[in-house]
Design a protein around this ligand. Structure first.
Ligand code: CO
Length: 134
């Protein structure tokens, strides 16, 4: 069911410092910051030849990233995003397999303007999984 690895997301305590490191030390193609108020984050995408890195920084007091950064003050891998062709079909099959979908269970529009859902990390070996319909 799952397709390509769309991105790996890393929560960072200093967005500019992280972007500068990927640009200057790693020589990566780094995008501009984008505010995602619906998700409580500011993101910067880094384009790699085979996937992307999504740098995540909290936006607002209720950001879902705040708690993560409290537990991981120097940052850390926050989630992985897999591509799916039909997000509703994928969701329903995963629910039938016992996996829990976070939030309302309905897809939200993600950072690429496409529908996304998140799956409970306890159901995936401790890893928060995002599905994006492509
Ligand atoms: Co993501």
């Amino acid at each position: 069911m799952i397709g390509r690895l769309n991105h790996v997301a890393i929560a960072v305590p200093d967005l500019q410092a992280a972007a500068d490191q990927y640009r200057n030390a790693l020589g990566a193609k780094v995008g501009d910051p984008q505010d995602e108020p619906d998700h409580g984050v500011t993101v910067i995408f880094i384009e790699l030849p085979n996937t992307k890195i999504e740098l995540l920084y909290p936006l607002g007091e209720d950001s879902p990233i705040n708690g993560f950064l409290e537990k991981n003050p120097s940052g850390g891998i926050h989630h992985m995003c897999f591509e799916v062709e039909d997000i509703i079909e994928a969701r329903d099959a995963l629910k039938a397999s016992g996996a829990r979908v976070l939030g309302s269970g309905e897809p939200k529009i993600g950072a690429h303007g496409k529908p996304v859902l998140f799956l409970h990390p306890k159901d995936f070996q401790g890893t928060l999984v995002e599905l994006e319909q492509v």
